[in-house]
Ligand binder design. Structure first.
Ligand code: HEM
Ligand SMILES: *[C@@H]1O[C@H](CO)[C@@H](O)[C@H](O)[C@H]1NC(C)=O
Ligand SMILES: *[C@@H]1O[C@H](CO)[C@@H](O)[C@H](O)[C@H]1NC(C)=O
Length: 510
């Protein structure tokens, strides 16, 4: 190389030349990317030909169709117009096929497609790769390890724990209603279900329902629900780096930190207890291990125990799944009963004749309240706590009506739309517990609050028990009335919430 090439005069020239080449290359790459996106979109359009949908914008997709917090109603409207399934374009090349037909649900839930990556990955900084997010062999191993934690021998003593948690909540309500104004119940029901999961699954004894840390945990979970929901719908927030720089991204990080502090404390406390030999002996002598014991003593197929990261993911997963969903289920059921006094009274009479003064409930009695159970199921139909779940198709699928979808497509199983689909449930908006009468018949996949197939809810029995205990004890103590000024409005988050809270008027029974 000659010295002249580096001489001051030739510098600017070579730099601008370089810049030109670079910008040309950049432009070329951009063009290539655009062509790629265009071709992908064309491929998608062709693949979805058999599935008509409302017109969509090439870039903004169906954004114009969906006003904020009107998604649930909108999809129910679509279901009336487009049978079984309908593509929903989120933006340019991002589409999910929304399903709301029992036969379609049955096909998908009978397969083993992985959870939809683009949605569920957004939860990973928060709940980690625990049972809810894992796929494949690792999921199978964890599920097998954790299934014994939900054996009925373990669930049985939980009934008494739930009774106590519910009673604390009802005592609190009794104090509050002396002011005779409507009460927002979602918040205190959440504290109650958190208390109950902490005591049942983690043997964590503390006054959760009065504790400031629990309040901030509940707050954080509420924020994470909304933030995740918004992020799924924003094309610019998909990239992790960009999201972390946005104001929502910073809020998300902050809320994760709060949630993790809560679960870390639970793990730390138990680990230090296990250091204590006596405590270890006591736990071993217990007839059954609780959920956290099982995790701590678990040996995976390779003989190793769970890593700290895996342990924390499972604890975060169960802490969230184990309280937010049941809080939604209980709150909406109480609202449904408040809005339908005739069913409320029938439940109350059933519970009164079973429990008398209701000082306690036994495991056996939970199976002896058929009418109350029907009312709970009907509430779970109208207000399914988990409004939808989604999967990435790992191989092509053909539905019973002959239409098919290729591998790689994301399907969203809209449980809410299925439950509100007039072809599946006549007069779907009417609260009618007789739909669940013992002699009533329905499609095996018409009612899916707990999803179905191998990836159904592991906590189903736990949740139903908690719902029954909470509803029965509440009805023994209070008459429930709606607040006509504030009819709750269901909105889809990860868990079904009410946009304006759930306000009820409570009257202490004599
Ligand atoms: C009314 C209350 C509940 C409802 C409606 C509900 C609903 C669901 C649904 C729909 C799924 C499937 C999720 C998916 O496919 O992405 C699921 C999974 C799961 N639920 Fe629940 N759930 C409830 C309560 C609970 C409770 C109390 C626990 C724990 C104690 C729990 C733990 C889980 C876990 C760990 C999974 C993942 C299971 C797996 O993939 O193997 N859930 N739940
Ligand atoms: C996100 O964007 C940054 C900067 O534009 C880029 O370096 C990074 O690779 C992107 N990440 C992903 C996962 O696409
Ligand atoms: C629910 O469905 C919407 C599309 O309607 C999708 O964007 C979202 O990821 C789904 N959520 C879950 C948890 O599957």
């Amino acid at each position: 190389m000659s010295i002249a090439a580096l001489s001051p005069t030739s510098f600017p020239g070579s730099i601008s030349g370089l810049l030109q080449v670079a910008s040309l290359l950049g432009l070329l790459l951009l063009l290539l990317k655009a062509v790629q996106l265009y071709l992908h979109r064309q491929w998608l359009l062709k693949a979805l030909q058999q599935f008509p949908c409302p017109p969509s914008h090439w870039f903004f997709g169906h954004k114009h169709e969906f006003q904020i917090d009107q998604e649930l109603e909108k999809l129910v409207k679509w279901a009336k117009e487009f049978p079984s399934a309908c593509p929903r374009w989120l933006w340019g090349t991002k589409v999910v096929i929304v399903l709301y037909d029992p036969d379609y649900m049955k096909v998908i839930l009978g397969r083993s497609d992985p959870k939809a990556h683009s949605t569920y990955r957004l939860l990973s900084p928060w709940i980690g790769y625990g049972l809810l997010l894992l796929n494949g062999q690792t999921w199978f191993q964890h599920r097998r390890t954790l299934t014994p934690a939900f054996h009925y021998d373990i669930l049985k003593p939980y009934v008494a724990v739930m009774v106590n948690s519910v009673r604390v909540m009802l005592d609190k309500w009794e104090q509050l209603i002396s002011q005779d104004s409507p009460l927002e119940i979602f918040q205190s029901v959440s504290l109650m279900t958190l208390d109950s999961i902490m005591k049942c699954a983690f043997s964590h004894q503390s006054g959760t329902q009065f504790d400031k840390n629990s309040h901030s945990y509940i707050q954080a979970i509420g924020d994470l629900n909304s933030l995740t929901f918004t992020r799924v719908r924003n094309i610019f927030h998909q990239n992790d780096t960009i999201y972390s720089l946005s104001s929502n991204g910073r809020l998300f990080k902050q809320a994760c930190k709060l949630a993790h502090e809560h679960t870390d404390q639970v793990i730390k406390q138990r680990k230090s207890q296990l250091q204590d030999e006596n405590e270890l002996e006591k736990i071993k002598r217990k007839r059954h291990l609780d959920f956290l014991d099982i995790l701590l003593f678990a040996r995976m197929a390779d003989g190793k125990s769970l890593s700290n990261k895996d342990l924390r993911a499972e604890v975060d997963t169960f802490m969230f799944e184990g309280h937010d969903t049941t809080a939604s289920g209980i709150s909406w059921t109480l609202y449904a009963l408040a809005a339908h006094p005739e069913h409320q009274q029938k439940c109350r009479e059933e519970v009164q004749s079973l429990l008398g003064d209701g000082s306690s409930i036994t495991w056996e009695q939970l199976d002896q309240m058929p009418y109350t159970t029907m009312c709970i199921k009907e509430a779970l139909r109208l207000y399914p706590p988990v409004p939808n779940v989604s999967r990435d198709l790992s191989k092509p699928v053909t539905f019973p009506d002959g239409r098919s979808l290729p591998k790689g497509i994301t399907v969203s199983l809209s449980i809410y739309t299925l439950h509100h689909n007039p072809k599946v449930w006549p007069n779907p908006e009417v609260y009618d517990p007789s739909r669940f009468a013992p002699d009533a018949t329905r499609h095996s996949h018409a009612f899916l609050p707990f999803s179905g197939g191998s990836r159904n809810c592991i906590g189903k029995q736990f949740a139903m028990n908690e719902l029954k205990v909470a509803v029965a004890l509440t009805l023994l103590r209070f008459e429930l009335l709606p607040d006509p000024m504030r009819i709750p409005q269901p909105v889809a988050r990860l868990v079904l919430k009410s946009k304006n809270g759930i306000y009820l008027r409570l009257r202490k029974l004599k």
